[in-house]
Design a protein around this ligand. Structure first.
Ligand code: HEC
Length: 142
């Protein structure tokens, strides 16, 4: 037989333990940033990224990402050359995401209305591909 005097404290302890566990799990979920890119590229999402890039970014960073543009010249910008694999090597996706969303100095922030979070993650994939031959000259047609 259960001793009624023991049931209540046991129940109390159990509830307390449950509350602690679920509380800390919720906290973790809320504070953990997406450390790595949460999206997987698809032909459609990358086509969209290219479209956004060419409208919002290429004027400064260049269509192929090398940063050698008239705009960069005129504004005296020091831009990274993304066709060089070393340029983005030490940078995390989260850092690039924050940079694109918030801007920095002469780099304008990309507003949510112009690119959703998912689209920004796809922009990062698009930029990272620039050093992998994605932006290399097309095979000459015969
Ligand atoms: C007005 C010119 C301009 C435009 C437009 C622009 N950028 Fe930039 N961007 C800059 C400058 C300048 C820097 C360097 C800022 C610094 O480090 O002080 C930069 C830096 C960056 C970096 C960090 C690179 C690194 O190696 O750390 C990323 C990523 C980036 N831009 C992405 C974008 C994307 C994506 C867009 C379009 C949505 C965009 N930029 C539009 C000027 C521009």
């Amino acid at each position: 037989m259960l001793n009624p005097k023991m049931v209540f404290p046991a129940l109390f302890l159990l509830l307390f333990a449950l509350a602690t566990v679920s509380g800390s799990a919720a906290q973790e979920a809320a504070s953990a940033p997406a450390a790595t890119n949460p999206v997987k590229p698809t032909p459609q999402s990358q086509a969209k990224a290219k479209q956004i890039y060419n409208i919002d970014c290429a004027m400064c960073h260049g269509e192929n990402g090398n940063g050698k543009t008239d705009m960069a010249n005129d504004m005296q910008l020091k831009l990274p050359d993304w066709t060089d694999p070393n340029s983005l090597n030490g940078k995390t996706d989260q850092g690039l995401f924050n940079m694109i969303r918030n801007g920095k100095d002469k780099m304008p922030p990309e507003a949510v209305g112009r690119a959703s979070d998912t689209e920004v993650w796809n922009l990062i994939l698009y930029i990272r591909k620039m050093s992998q031959g994605a932006a290399a000259p097309a095979v000459p047609s015969k």
